[in-house]
Design a protein around this ligand. Structure first.
Ligand code: SAM
Length: 284
């Protein structure tokens, strides 16, 4: 078993600590942010890069996605005198547990004939919507977004409750047409441009088999959960992104409140942003 230090005690480091297999023993997290030193993540201490060397690690894992930052961190470790193995969590970019989970669910939903349309709230440029549309080629896909970025009314709530540092207009570099052109089965897509939940009015009589909720913020997530849950088929699934996010804490707050109210136990997905699944009970 290799003694490893995880360099980077943020979102990526936290997920890497869960993803590492039995071949590794984590000594500590190293981080350049002084404010983190002395704290613990899942019982593992966070120390300075200098102090991490005292754990005599055999290897370091660079827990950032940005290649430039990873290269700076590698230089820093070499300058501190570490001459062992250094590997990068950036390789995880190629593998996405959220995408894999959605594809597995699509196979199951087809196999079990679970009825309903599919949907995404928070589409942006359609990275995930394109994959949902490909995985459910025979289902109507409902796509909800302002396509103008975060709405100012939701941002005010984030600010008032200290939920994130999101700004009105973040994620505005998109357009409905950009997304539409990317869809493999675009004849199956219905777009709802504007403020959610107002745009949901047209879907009150719909039934859903799979819904991705990826709006980042508290207000749209809190509004979406009961609207979609009520219209979810038995065996249908809500996949909510950013529930364990350190950057956007509103999605997690909305899920926690909703699950408490409904008596639901969310199933965690070990992707980098801490998604969860909420599944309606199914009987064969
Ligand atoms: C993180 S992005 C979505 C990313 C996308 N799922 C992907 O795979 O790339 C979040 C999106 O939620 C949208 N959004 C947030 N609050 C909204 C609201 N109240 N109504 C409509 N769209 C909203 C934003 O416009 C933004 O495009």
């Amino acid at each position: 078993m290799k003694n490893v230090v995880l360099f980077g005690a943020g979102q990526v480091g936290t997920m890497v600590s869960r993803l590492l297999g039995s071949g590794f023993a984590i000594s500590c997290f190293a981080d350049n942010r002084e404010g983190k030193w002395g704290s613990f993540i899942a019982g593992i201490p966070v120390v300075s890069p200098e102090e991490s060397l005292l754990f005599a690690p055999e290897c370091y894992c660079l827990c950032v996605m940005d290649e430039e930052r990873a290269s700076q961190m590698e230089t820093q470790l070499r300058e501190l005198g570490f001459d062992g193995e250094i590997f990068q969590a950036g390789a995880l970019r190629a593998f996405d547990a959220r995408v894999a989970t959605m594809r597995l669910l699509a196979e199951q939903i087809h196999e079990k004939n679970i009825p309903g349309d599919v949907a995404e709230l928070g589409v942006f440029r359609g990275d995930f919507a394109v994959l949902i549309n490909a995985a459910f080629p025979d289902r109507t896909i409902h796509l909800f977004d302002t396509f103008e970025g975060f709405p100012s009314e939701d941002i005010q709530i984030e600010f008032d409750h200290g939920l994130s540092e999101a700004k009105a207009g973040d994620f505005s570099e998109t357009a409905r047409d950009i997304v539409e052109k990317r869809l493999q089965n675009r004849e199956k897509a219905l777009f709802y441009k504007g403020y959610f939940p107002s745009t949901f009015q047209a879907c009150m009589a719909k039934e859903f088999a799979f819904v991705s909720i990826d709006a980042d913020l508290y207000a749209p997530t809190a509004a979406a959960l009961p609207l979609f849950w009520e219209r979810l088929s038995p065996g249908g699934v809500l996949l909510v992104h950013d529930v364990n996010s350190l950057q956007y804490t509103g999605a997690g707050k909305a899920v926690k409140e909703f699950c408490l109210e409904e008596g639901i136990l969310p199933v965690p997905v070990c992707d980098l942003h801490g998604s969860v699944l909420l599944r309606k009970e199914w009987k064969a």
